[in-house]
Design a protein around this ligand. Structure first.
Ligand code: KG4
Ligand code: ZN
Length: 334
């Protein structure tokens, strides 16, 4: 008999569900919330409300595509944190309801660990230990991954996440939310050397991205005084310069992490790993230095439930279940 786990992700603004059967992710259903675009960022109350509307249809679709009934589900997994409280609560409450109704165990998943475990959905899978640079809208972490559920943060941002820096830079330029993918798009046509922004000098393996946002703001303010059309006329080059400066900061710390740990298996995870500039910077650095690199498929870079399902599979095998007293944890650590 097959083991089916239903996994739910609702930490931010994607309502997602996935079924994993005997360790194989069968599907990855995502309902993205477009409503936040007009507010220029995720509005927590709206996100929670839209999760409530989406969760049943998304789960129904995941079960349908997996060709199973709710009665075939052996365990239900959910993102416990980190994330927005009101968003997380929808997934946690749904899982509790299903666990009670069907008398099946519950598995809690750390969203950041799940981003890393997305590497085990498809081949090639990294061998342990490896270094993972997890870059998302809420986090920037260098993680030493020793085993599926044994990870240590060896560096992280002191302030903004790199995804946030992309999104804020885009917002300053008047681009819609989320601006990261747009900066990526315009940067492809631009000259990355024309405008550059100085990196933050942070010791060790930690990062800081709040300074670059201010540097961009002042740079554009000064240029716009001389030419009100400055952004429109130079959008590609500005985007290329911003992207390159952010990538340089990430690559600099990644190089340090490899040097410090002596581990040259390097993986990317999280929404910003969809960035084409970062992907190619890592690939060419790896060629130069002889690193082995792992970059997830696009559908498993940004928030998804396939990665929650994958993490849940390892926890299921380790008998790591939780009871109904579990609560959402917006600042969950690992
Ligand atoms: O992992 P994710 O989907 O959600 C969080 O857990 O935060 O990451 C979302 C972040 C956003 O900041 C978005 O702008 C950024 O990932 N992002 C990108 C790209 N695609 C998504 N940033 C730069 N280039 C991209 N292609
Ligand atoms: Zn995420």
């Amino acid at each position: 008999m097959s083991i089916h786990i239903l996994a739910i992700e609702s930490s931010c603004d994607e309502t997602a569900a996935s079924v994993i059967s005997d360790g194989k992710v069968v599907n990855n259903i995502i309902a993205t919330q477009d409503i936040h675009e007009k507010y220029g960022g995720v509005v927590p109350e709206l996100a929670s409300r839209v999760h409530q509307q989406n969760i049943v249809p998304v789960v129904t679709e995941a079960l349908k595509q997996a060709n199973i009934n709710i009665s075939d589900v052996n365990a239900v997994a959910f993102t416990r944190g980190p994330g927005l409280l009101g968003s997380l609560l929808v997934g946690v409450s749904f899982a509790k309801g299903l666990s009670l109704a069907r008398n099946i165990p519950m598995i809690e998943v750390n969203h950041m660990q799940a981003h890393i475990l997305a590497h085990f959905i498809d081949d090639p899978k990294p061998e342990f230990p490896f270094i993972c640079l997890t870059v998302s809208g809420g986090h920037t972490q260098l993680v030493l991954v020793r085993e599926f559920l044994d990870m240590e943060i060896i560096g992280q941002t002191k302030d903004d996440a790199v995804g946030e820096a992309f999104d804020k830079a885009a917002k300053i330029m008047g681009l819609p939310y989320p601006g990261g993918p747009l900066i990526d798009k315009y940067a492809k046509e631009g000259d990355p050397e024309k405008y550059s922004f100085p990196p933050a000098e942070i010791p060790g393996l930690d990062f800081s991205f709040s300074g670059i946002k201010t540097a961009i703001l002042y740079f554009l303010r000064d240029e716009l005084k001389g030419n009100p059309e400055f952004i429109n006329e130079n959008l590609n080059d500005i985007c290329a310069g911003i992207q390159q400066s952010l990538i340089n900061m990430l690559m600099d710390k990644l190089r340090k992490a490899v040097k410090q740990t002596g581990i040259n298996r390097v993986a990317l995870a999280g929404g910003v790993s969809a960035n084409s500039g970062l992907r190619s910077a890592l690939t060419s650095e790896a060629e130069r230095k002889g690193w082995q690199t792992f970059i997830p498929a696009f559908e498993y870079c940004t928030d998804n439930a396939g990665m929650i399902a994958m993490a849940a599979w390892y926890k299921y095998q380790a008998n790591e279940f939780v009871d109904l007293s579990v609560s959402a944890e917006p600042r969950l650590k690992f």
